[in-house]
Design a protein around this ligand. Structure first.
Ligand code: ADP
Length: 157
């Protein structure tokens, strides 16, 4: 990975899988210039959800969310690029679909507090923890894309 670049974790929540909009959302990431460096589908279990959403485990909605997150498999991606954590959070938009501005993924595709299409890491520190939670090192790919010279200025590559 390039010195100034970051990796961040995204996963598609069950609402995105059920609505068949993965391709549209991945296209948004690609158009922005983010590089997909890992991708897979898994079934979440209680343990993974409890760990990933530990900050919400005392909330009244958490029990229903446990069921929701296990209703279908999820699809995870690791995206890489300059300031990727901030860039992907900006593309995702605020947590609640009703509040998220048009133009963001949650703003354009979601009207829910829970079913808000994607998870995206909220800090570089959490991105590192979350990537390690879901991916083995050998599932992350380090490769050069031919558009990088066009996407970035010399000092950003
Ligand atoms: P974010 O996903 O934007 O980082 P949080 O970490 O606060 O936001 O919440 C994690 C996820 O839990 C949300 O994306 C959403 O799916 C779910 N969630 C948050 N608040 C609520 C709520 N009040 N009711 C139902 N689900 C919620």
């Amino acid at each position: 990975m390039k010195k100034l670049h970051q990796q961040t974790l995204v996963f598609f929540k069950p609402d995105a899988i059920n609505r068949g909009i993965l391709g549209e959302i991945i296209t948004r990431f690609e158009r922005k210039g983010l590089k997909v460096v890992a991708m897979k589908m898994i079934n979440l279990n209680d343990e993974l959800i409890n760990e990933h959403y530990h900050h919400l485990k005392n909330k009244s909605f958490f029990k229903n969310n446990l069921i929701f997150f296990q209703s279908v498999p999820i699809v995870l991606l690791v995206l890489e690029g300059l300031e990727a954590v901030k860039v992907v959070r900006n593309l995702a938009g605020p947590t609640f679909g009703v509040d998220a501005p048009a133009g963001t993924i949650r703003g354009d595709y979601s009207v829910s507090t829970r079913s808000n299409i994607i998870h995206a890491s909220d800090s570089l520190e959490n991105a590192k923890i979350e990537i390690a939670r879901f991916f083995n090192k050998n599932e992350l790919f380090d490769y050069q894309k031919i558009d990088e010279e066009i996407l970035y200025a010399e000092d950003e590559r």
